[in-house]
Structures are given as structure tokens and as C-alpha cells.
Design a protein around this ligand. Structure first.
Ligand code: IVH
Length: 717
């Protein structure tokens, strides 16, 4: 366990300083991207609740500091960025996610928010209903039908771009290959590929018989089975499909979600059941409790229920916020819990020297998964919850994610259990550890002199989102590191000459006696050794953003690396400008600091990294081995309003201010509160006062509500 799996945020959002907000938003972007990837690979490390908490915290901070929103904030995308292997598919309508809640109170807030958003629903005597259905725990998939034929299937990916799994989807019986003539000419069906509990058990038995690894749960099994490069393997797996939504469609085919469900059934799709129309919180409660009580008898895994506004015209108007619709919500069941003992508390050292306490547990089965370790986050968390070695504790898992230690059962504590004393020295190198004022983590001060940190940085360098060297697994890196074969990242590119069989290199005059050739080592052979060498050679060309991320600069996660790459385009330019930015008074420093989403704290980390001669020598060694390609800008959709700054003032009659703002933002506008020289348009409703006047003085166009509607009508496709 090496990565900070989840985080505790001790400071209330309304108490955060701007500096702290920048730091947290950066950390959150990195952390969320990390967990998105793990989730997509069906090996999540944190609970859904923890994940949601990260997302929520990110959104709350962004709401308070809108000017600090990173251009690639996690709130602007869903899930992870797909790796290569499958062809990429851009979804014509993004595939979104659902906001999760755990309580009826939060469901009630969800309903209130809708009433506040849609002007006609403000009056609580006006009724509207919801479709309630189970939230199936599988892998979401989009099926594109043109002229009634299935022509493409894609996974969700990051919500914008997924992976082409057409050949795999074709093997799933529940997925109709042809739709009847009364279906729309073009429709993208959205739904979930899943596995029933019985099929999952059978599959695992089969896996065992053939000496293969077991799947942890049906979701992982479904994900692993769908994402097979060889569709024959997918065909051999018992996958099923439930439809529950749609993306692009050539013409409207229903007025309500409920009617739409009937259409889907008549076209041959299977739907999540039991479903129901519910009108208020009481009915919602009734449905939730009924489904929860039936949960174990459904035959497939669900992790909650979903409520969707029934009227499709309202769905359309409610639209989306960040990554999720405003018209639907997932209401999750409470996490599964179990009791066990803490055998010991160990400390893991991260690549930046962060010391994370880990509870080593007496293995216990929690909802079908054997749990033996869980993070305790940091010293404060241990003290707050008073975790001690020997304690009987409660662990929980929500869905299929890594466990969390919830609390101690104090009555069962042995009288001689001692409070845990956080070590003041690094367990790897015995150097002094420090904890800065206001920080939650203890940090080992030895930097790259600490073997654990050097090793973690090597692991980071080769990892999936950095250099992505296939076959160079953590364990191999450790072995090579311990042997002295790998000390710094550039050494990876010398592995072949050091580990290839000597005769090849004898021909070119090089001798290799120092190390045992890779193919002669246990677990390796000529094929796997060559595969690794080839994987390394393949990465001798790398894009600038990945390269920057791979350097492992403190606070520079994937998202920040992309911002930097986008801003500087080439490595030469980046280095030149960062060199100049060493001077805090330079315009280069000013530029760096002002990149949307970077700010002074991260800017300083970057500058500090490049001021260290050791880092520069590591960097030069790497670039003597690899070619770093310029950053390619992706073309996103733009509209007439993209980037325009607008102000709403006065009372709007047809829609609420929230709906107006959301609509403007969905068209790419930036909505601000005050009129200034930078404002492009002011939309003035009834009794608009000083703002409209100020706009006139500044010669900024002022539109009436009606004129505004005309403008957005033209702008929306
Ligand atoms: S509706 C705009 N209905 O849960 C999104 N989703 O975390 C509309 N899911 O990505 C989704 N059961 O993969 C919907 N009955 C259901 C669902 C469901 C499972 C999945 C879906 C979605 C994820 C949200």
C-alpha cells in the first residue's frame, strides 16, 4: 500500500484560506483521477462514500472559490481516461454519473433543489413524480443503433471518450442486435452490463479449476469479462444487460421516463426491476425499504436505488451539474460491516515521504471479500478515533471497495492496550520525520536518500498514467532496485543492455557479467523478458503531459501536468520558461502562477523542483533516453457563448436564476455577479437596477429576458 488512498479534510470549507483551497483542489484532482482509474479497472481502493466525499469536497471548494476551478477539474468529467488497447469512441452525448446519497434527508434536499430550480414547481402544491428503480452494480455501456441495427458499443471511459467494445457486446444475448421498425432511426441506449450472483459463483469455480484468479465480486467479473481484447473470451462469460437510459436519439419517443421504459421493453431490452412511480418522500421510503428487504433475493447485486424525474421535459430543463444530472439521484444502501482485531499498525512511506499508518487486521470476511489491511489515514485520525493495537474494531466496505476502519469497540479493549505512538522516524531509512504546523501528515525528510521514497518514485515513473511500462510491475521494480540495477528512472532504459543474455551484447563488444540475464531468472523466460524490453523501447517516445506527470513533482498530478503541457506545448519551452520563473519577479513566474488551476503554491513546488540540481540531472538523464513529444490540444465543442462573461440581474420571469445560470454555463459562458469592463453581456430581468445602468455606461450590451432566450436558442445546436 503506497498511495494515500483517501484523505481526511480537517478544515471546514468555509474556513479554508485561498492558499489551502488551491492545495486541496490540486490534491483532490490527483486523488480523484487515481481512484477513477482504479474503479474503472475494477480494483478500487476506497469506499464509494469516501470517493463521493472527495468529489463533494472538491465541488464545495469550487463553489466557494470559483476562480480557482481547474480547467480540468474532476467536476468537469466522469471517471477515468481510457488507456490504449481498445479503439476510442467519443460519446455524442456524454455518459454521466449519478450523485449518491445515503439518507432520506439528502433525498429530500434533492427534491427541494428541483423545486428551487424549476419555477413552475416552486409551489409545493404542484406535484411531480419519479421513477424509482434498483441501481445495478455492473459496468455502464452505450449501444449505438443506426437504422435499427447495433453498430457500436462503448464503455463509459471518462464520460466523453470510452472504449469500443462492439465485438464484445455482440456476444451478449440480452443486447438486441436489431431493433423493431417503430424504434427511432438513431438511438444510443445506455445501460449496465452485469453478471448474476449464480453465474458469478459458477465462473469463479471455473476459474479455480483452470488455475485462474478468482474475481472479487460480480462487478469485477463483469468488468473484466467485457474488457477483453479477445471477444471469444467475452462470449464464454455469462454477461447480461439492463437498459435504463439513452443518449443521442433521432426523435423523441416518449413524454415520460415511465413511458420510455415501456418502449424499451417493446424493443427487446430488459429493465431493472422492481420499478415503481413515486410521488413524495413517503412513497420513496416505502420503495427503498421494500427493495432493501428484497436485495439478497434479487439474484444480482445492487448497491442502492435510483430516483429519476419522470417528465422528460423537466429532465431536459434540469440538465446537468458537473458530472451528474440534476434530475436523478442514487440512494445507496448502507455499507457492509464486520468486526475484527488490529494485529499491528504499520507505516507506509509514499513517494513524497508521507508516512501513512496502516492497520494490519486479523483477516475477516466483509460482504464476500477477505479484508486484512485498512488505512488509518494519519495521526489525527488515530487519535480522534483512538485506535490501538489489539483493539476490536468495526471495518466496513461499501460496494466493492477497500475497507475503512470505522470505530473501536471500547468495551472489548484490553486494559494494557497502549495508545499508538506515531513514529518520529521513517521506518525505511530511519531519518527524522516532521509534521509541519497545520499539516495532517508526517513526512520523512530524507527525500531521495530514503530508499522507500526512491523506490516509490520509480514505481510512479513506470506506472500506468506516467510512462506506462507494461510488465514492469511493482514487484520487479523492487527486485531491480534492491539489486542496484535501478537507481533512478533513466536506468529503466538501460535494463535491456544489462539484462539481455550476454552473447547478444558480446557481439557489440559489451559484456554483461554483473547481473543474471532476465530470461534466466525465476518467473521469466525469453518471451516475457523480450516483451518487457520491447515495452520499455516503446516508451522511448512520450507525450509532454505524461512526461511531466512522471517526474513526480510534489503537487503535480495528472491534471496539473496536463495544464502545464497545454500551456507550454513543448519540453524545451517548458524548461526555458520554468528556468526564468526561478525569479519570482519575472513575467514567466507570473504566467506560471496565473495558469488557471495552478496558483502560487503549486507554482512554487514546480519552481523548487527545477531548482534542485539533483532533479535536473535525473531529468537530463531521462531525456538523453527518450523523445518528449509536444502536447496536442484536443478540440472541444464551442458555441457563440464560449468564454463569454455574462451577468444576470433583476427578476427573470420564465425561469429561475439557477436554471438561467446553468443553461448559460452549459453553453460555455462564465456567469459572474458583478458588471465590469470584462463583462460581455448583461441580461436584465424585471426591475434591474444599478448593474444594468453600469453596463450601459460601459457600453456593454444589455439583453432582455426574451432577447436572451432568442440568443441561446440560436446558440444551442
Ligand atoms: S441512470 C445520467 N439508472 O450507476 C446517468 N444508472 O453512478 C443516468 N446505474 O453511470 C444513469 N443502475 O452506470 C441509471 N437504474 C439505473 C442505474 C444506473 C445503475 C449506474 C450507471 C451510472 C452509475 C451512476
Amino acid at each position: 500500500m503506497t498511495k494515500n488512498r483517501s484523505k481526511n479534510f480537517d478544515i471546514k470549507v468555509d474556513k479554508l484560506t485561498e492558499k489551502q483551497a488551491v492545495k486541496e483542489l490540486t490534491e483532490l484532482a490527483e486523488l480523484i483521477a487515481h481512484h477513477d482509474l482504479l474503479y474503472e479497472e475494477a480494483r478500487p481502493e476506497i469506499t464509494d462514500a469516501e470517493y463521493d466525499e472527495l468529489r463533494r469536497r472538491n465541488e464545495e471548494i469550487e463553489a466557494r472559490f470559483p476562480h480557482l476551478i481547474r480547467s480540468d477539474s474532476p467536476s468537469k468529467r466522469v471517471g477515468y481516461i481510457p488507456p490504449s488497447g481498445f479503439k476510442k469512441v467519443r460519446h455524442s452525448v456524454p455518459m454521466l454519473s449519478l450523485t449518491f446519497v445515503y439518507t432520506f434527508e439528502k433525498v429530500s434536499d434533492f427534491i427541494d433543489d428541483i423545486r428551487h430550480f424549476i419555477i413552475d414547481l416552486k409551489d409545493t402544491s404542484v406535484q411531480f413524480d419519479f421513477v424509482a428503480e434498483p441501481k445495478i452494480d455492473g459496468v455502464s455501456c452505450s449501444l449505438r443503433y443506426e437504422n435499427h441495427r447495433l453498430i457500436q458499443a462503448a464503455t463509459r471511459g471518462d464520460g466523453q471518450v470510452g472504449e469500443d467494445v462492439t465485438a464484445n457486446a455482440m456476444t451478449i444475448d440480452d443486447i438486441p442486435k436489431i431493433l423493431p421498425p417503430d424504434s427511432p432511426n438513431l438511438i444510443e441506449m445506455r445501460g449496465e452490463v452485469y453478471m448474476t450472483d449464480d453465474d458469478f459463483i459458477q465462473l469463479n469455480k471455473q476459474q479455480e479449476r483452470s488455475g485462474e484468479r478468482n474475481f472479487a465480486n460480480p462487478r469485477n467479473a463483469a468488468a473484466g469479462s467485457l474488457r477483453q481484447l479477445d471477444a471469444k473470451i467475452t462470449a464464454s462469460r455469462p454477461l447480461r444487460f439492463f437498459a435504463y437510459a439513452w443518449g443521442e436519439v433521432s426523435h423523441p419517443f416518449a413524454k415520460t421516463q415511465w413511458e420510455a421504459r415501456d418502449c424499451l421493453v417493446s424493443w427487446g431490452f430488459k429493465l431493472n426491476e422492481p420499478s415503481c412511480l413515486v410521488r413524495n418522500l413517503d412513497e420513496i421510503k416505502g420503495y427503498y425499504e421494500e427493495v432493501e428487504s428484497k436485495r439478497s433475493r434479487l439474484g444480482f447485486s445492487i448497491d442502492g436505488v435510483v430516483y429519476k424525474v419522470n417528465r422528460l421535459d423537466l429532465q431536459e430543463r434540469l440538465g446537468f451539474k458537473n458530472r451528474s444530472p440534476r434530475w436523478a439521484i442514487a440512494h445507496k444502501f448502507s455499507p457492509e460491516k464486520a468486526q475484527t482485531h488490529i494485529k499491528s499498525i504499520s507505516i507506509s512511506v509514499g513517494r513524497m515521504g508521507t508516512l501513512t499508518p496502516i492497520a494490519e487486521l486479523e483477516p475477516v470476511n466483509v460482504g464476500g471479500v477477505l479484508v486484512s489491511r485498512a488505512t488509518l489515514h494519519n495521526q489525527d485520525e488515530i487519535e480522534r478515533k483512538d485506535f490501538r493495537v489489539g483493539d476490536l474494531i468495526i471495518v466496513q466496505r461499501a460496494g466493492d471497495v477497500i475497507p475503512q476502519v470505522v470505530s473501536v469497540i471500547i468495551d472489548k479493549r484490553s486494559p494494557d492496550a497502549e495508545p499508538f505512538e506515531f513514529p518520529a522516524r521513517c521506518p525505511s531509512c530511519n531519518s527524522k520525520a516532521v509534521r509541519q504546523l497545520g499539516e495532517a501528515d508526517w513526512i520523512c525528510t530524507a527525500s531521495l536518500k530514503c530508499p522507500a521514497q526512491s523506490l516509490e518514485r520509480l514505481i510512479h515513473f513506470a506506472s500506468r498514467n506516467a510512462f506506462d511500462i507494461e510488465g514492469l510491475a511493482e514487484q520487479n521494480i523492487k527486485t531491480f532496485f534492491n539489486e542496484g540495477l535501478l537507481k533512478s528512472p533513466a536506468d529503466i532504459f538501460h535494463l535491456e543492455e544489462k539484462l539481455a543474455p550476454p552473447d547478444i551484447f558480446n557481439l557489440t563488444g559489451r559484456k554483461n557479467k554483473e547481473f543474471l540475464p532476465l530470461q534466466e531468472r525465476e518467473g521469466w523466460g525469453p518471451v516475457s523478458a523480450n516483451k518487457l524490453f520491447e515495452a520499455i523501447r516503446k516508451r522511448k517516445k512520450i507525450s509532454l503531459d505524461r512526461f511531466i506527470y512522471a517526474l513526480g513533482i510534489n503537487q503535480v498530478g495528472e491534471a496539473t501536468a496536463k495544464l502545464l503541457a497545454r500551456s507550454y506545448s513543448s519540453l524545451t519551452e517548458f524548461r526555458k520558461k520554468i528556468d526564468a520563473a526561478q525569479n519570482h519577479k519575472s513575467k514567466e513566474y507570473e504566467h506560471l502562477k496565473n495558469i488557471n488551476g495552478i496558483g502560487p503554491i503549486v507554482a512554487d513546488k514546480i519552481v523548487t523542483f527545477f531548482a534542485d540540481p539533483h532533479n535536473i540531472s535525473v531529468l537530463n538523464d531521462i531525456i538523453s533516453q527518450v523523445e518528449v513529444t509536444d502536447f496536442e490540444v484536443s478540440h472541444t465543442q464551442t458555441s457563440q457563448l464560449t468564454g463569454k462573461t455574462i451577468v444576470f440581474t433583476g427578476t427573470l420571469e420564465k425561469i429561475t436564476r439557477s436554471e438561467a445560470k446553468a443553461k448559460a454555463e452549459s453553453l460555455g459562458a462564465i456567469v459572474v455577479g458583478d458588471v465590469s469592463g470584462k463583462t460581455d453581456y448583461v441580461i436584465a430581468g424585471q426591475s434591474a437596477g444599478s448593474k444594468a445602468k453600469k453596463a450601459k455606461d460601459l457600453a456593454i450590451p444589455v439583453l432582455t429576458e426574451a432577447e436572451w432566450f432568442k440568443m441561446i436558442e440560436k446558440t444551442s445546436r
